[in-house]
Structures are given as structure tokens and as C-alpha cells.
Design a binder for this molecule. Structure first.
Ligand SMILES: [Fe+2]
Ligand SMILES: [Fe+2]
Length: 187
């Protein structure tokens, strides 16, 4: 099940990334000055890898097929659950980006608090979100979609990945492994 398996793998990366964000927040609490370039790279990872690439693939492919084929249970889980959380993640990302851009040369307590607040809100949301998809939504899709529909998901996911590779999506995972090599996987 290539199309669903790749989403599990991406969750490993997203959860690894959120653990890295927690580490950066811990360093600030221990007195380290936040490095603006590092935080800008984090915002870029969220926007390009976690949102455009990962949430984009879920929304365009798997969720679309589930909404078409799996009736009211899928509608409830996706429309009032997963999509609401994707949008909430976008709100936290926007707020985090504003907090990063507002960092001055010698960040004030207020500026650091804004950074930590929005970073940890994103971390908590994404960890719970990935856990729900891994343990409820993806298993439901895998056992409920027909083999033909799963094949459609696989094919569309392959095309999506090829497009992502052309745009250089691999560099985000390479960067993550470099800055945070020791994370534990979520599922
Ligand atoms: Fe999701
Ligand atoms: Fe996801």
C-alpha cells in the first residue's frame, strides 16, 4: 500500500521535526539565544514539507478518495477532524512565522515567549494529529477502500512524489536528519 505507507513514513519525519522544535524551545528556556536562521528553516520545513507536501498529498489524494467512497464515517473524521486540524496547524504556522520575523538582535522575554508558545502549540497539535491518523484514519482507509481505489491512491501518490522530487523535496528530510538525527519514531 504505497500511498498510505508513504504517509506513515512522512509522519515519522514530521514527528522527528516536532521533537527538534521541542529541543529548540528547551534551549531557549535554558537561556540560549534563539538563532533566527534556524527558526526560519523550521518555518520553511513546516510550510513546504509538512503542509504543501504531506498535508497536500493527504487532502488531494487519500482524503478525496475516502470522501467519495466511504460515506458518513469518513466525512465526519475528515471534515470535522483532520481538515480542521490542518487549518489550525496553518494558523499556528502563520503565528510562528510572525514570531520568528519579529525576533530582534537581542530577543526580549516577550519575543521568546511568542516563539515558544506558537512552536509548542504546533508541536502538540501535530503529534496528536499524526497519532490519530496512524492509529485510526489510515487503518480505516486500508481496510475499507476497495483494492481498485487503493491502487488509485498508489498511482496518484507516485505522481505526486515524482513532482515533489523534481521540486527538491528530499532536501528537507536531509536537513532534518542532519540537525536532529536521534529522534524516536511515533508509531
Ligand atoms: Fe493530516
Ligand atoms: Fe498526516
Amino acid at each position: 500500500m504505497y500511498g498510505i505507507d508513504i504517509l506513515y513514513t512522512e509522519h515519522d519525519h514530521v514527528v522527528r521535526f516536532t521533537n527538534y522544535l521541542r529541543k529548540l524551545c528547551g534551549e531557549i528556556l535554558m537561556g540560549e539565544k534563539p538563532d533566527k536562521d534556524t527558526w526560519l528553516k523550521c518555518v520553511d520545513f513546516i510550510r513546504v514539507y509538512a503542509d504543501d507536501h504531506h498535508h497536500g498529498k493527504e487532502e488531494e489524494i487519500l482524503f478525496t478518495v475516502m470522501l467519495e467512497k466511504l460515506g458518513s464515517v469518513a466525512h465526519k473524521m475528515i471534515n470535522t477532524g483532520m481538515l480542521v486540524e490542518h487549518n489550525l496547524a496553518r494558523y499556528h504556522t502563520q503565528s510562528l512565522e510572525e514570531a520568528v520575523n519579529a525576533l530582534s538582535e537581542e530577543p526580549t522575554l516577550e519575543e521568546k515567549l511568542n516563539l515558544i508558545t506558537h512552536a509548542l502549540s504546533y508541536v502538540d497539535l501535530l503529534q496528536r494529529h499524526a497519532h490519530k491518523e496512524n492509529n485510526v484514519l489510515f487503518p480505516f482507509a486500508a481496510r475499507s477502500l476497495s483494492p481498485e481505489d487503493l491502487e488509485k491512491v498508489n498511482e496518484a501518490s507516485k505522481t505526486f512524489e515524482e513532482e515533489g522530487a523534481k521540486k527538491g523535496i528530499g532536501k528537507y528530510v536531509d536537513w532534518l536528519m542532519e540537525v536532529y538525527p536521534d529522534a524516536v519514531s511515533e508509531h
